[in-house]
Design a protein around this ligand. Structure first.
Ligand code: SAM
Length: 283
């Protein structure tokens, strides 16, 4: 059913309230393509009624978030950030930790992790780089607003098609096992990764501090003010000297003098809490 102007208005406001995603009026095809099914399931005559009902029904809110979010992702997306991790960032951060209170603890946040490929790619990159990986207290925290995406990440079972998008034969052989009709991430990696539903536009409290944050391909959907608030909030959860990666086309240089882009292995990354790569980690 083609949405009217009132329908589009109601859905845009709802989606913005639920997940901060800013849909403009040109997105009527998206509303129709992704929410038409929910009209039928929830017995609503139009999208205005669906939006009204969703405000009163948490289960319907979840259905709307699952349907409207774009969970496109792949293994080792963009490649260059993972090269920068292996060749510069992991070795330097690990050296810097040698004299710290927790020399073998390493925490990474995959913020807006979708179905988990980014988080598990980070775990594989760490395991590939760090000798004696098993002896590290590595924690990868993956969060996403979409409960169905988070459930997929927690299950960690992927189809042949999903595996074919960016995963090398070498990584498949080393970290995946046959499971049902698909491939499961092996326990060595899986137990390092925990996933939770989290809205990045809500206060980023109770997460602790991280050495590295990937927050890619999500803020493009937010208003400029929300985007700014998000990255400044994320920087506050970084250890001093920690690194932050945004998506390949998402420059953060406009956020202020601490956000000078740094280039490593052709990837752009940020160190908003100082250090310039020097080995000083304060905890
Ligand atoms: C295009 S995917 C990016 C996944 C991964 N970071 C990557 O680059 O491959 C964007 C993800 O952002 C999530 N998302 C959208 N709005 C969000 C919000 N307010 N808080 C947390 N996650 C959100 C979506 O559910 C979706 O899984």
């Amino acid at each position: 059913m083609k949405p009217t102007a009132a329908d589009i208005d109601a859905v845009c406001n709802l989606v913005n309230e639920l997940c901060g995603i800013y849909l403009d009026t040109s997105k009527d095809y998206l509303i129709e393509g992704r929410l038409a099914r929910l009209l039928k399931t929830h017995g609503c005559k139009d999208y205005v009624e669906l939006s009204r009902k969703a405000r009163l029904t948490p289960a319907l809110q979840t259905d709307v978030v699952n349907a409207i979010t774009t969970n496109e992702t792949l293994w080792f997306r963009d490649t260059t950030p993972f090269e920068a991790l292996k060749n510069k960032i992991f070795p330097e951060l690990i050296d810097a930790k040698a004299g710290s209170a927790f020399p073998k603890r390493f925490r990474i946040w995959s913020a807006a992790c979708s179905t988990g490929q980014e988080a598990y790619s980070l775990a594989m990159a760490f395991a590939d780089t760090v000798p004696n990986f098993e002896s590290w207290d590595l924690e990868i925290y993956g969060t996403d607003i979409s409960p169905s995406a988070v459930q997929h990440a927690q299950q960690a079972v992927y189809s042949e098609l999903e595996l074919s998008r960016g995963l090398s034969q070498q990584h498949r052989g080393a970290y995946f096992v046959h499971k049902g009709n698909g491939w499961g991430v092996n326990d060595t990696l899986k137990r390092r990764c925990k996933f939770e539903v989290r809205n990045l536009l809500k206060p980023l409290t109770g997460v602790g501090k991280f050495d590295l944050i990937f927050c890619r391909n999500v803020a493009i959907y937010f208003t400029p003010a929300d985007r700014k608030r998000l990255f400044i909030g994320l920087a506050e959860t970084l250890n001093r000297g920690g690194w932050l990666f945004s998506g390949s086309g998402e420059s953060l240089a406009d956020l202020g003098p601490n956000w000078a882009p740094k280039q490593h292995c052709r990837a752009v990354c940020y160190q908003p809490n100082g250090c310039n790569g020097v080995a000083t980690l304060l905890r």
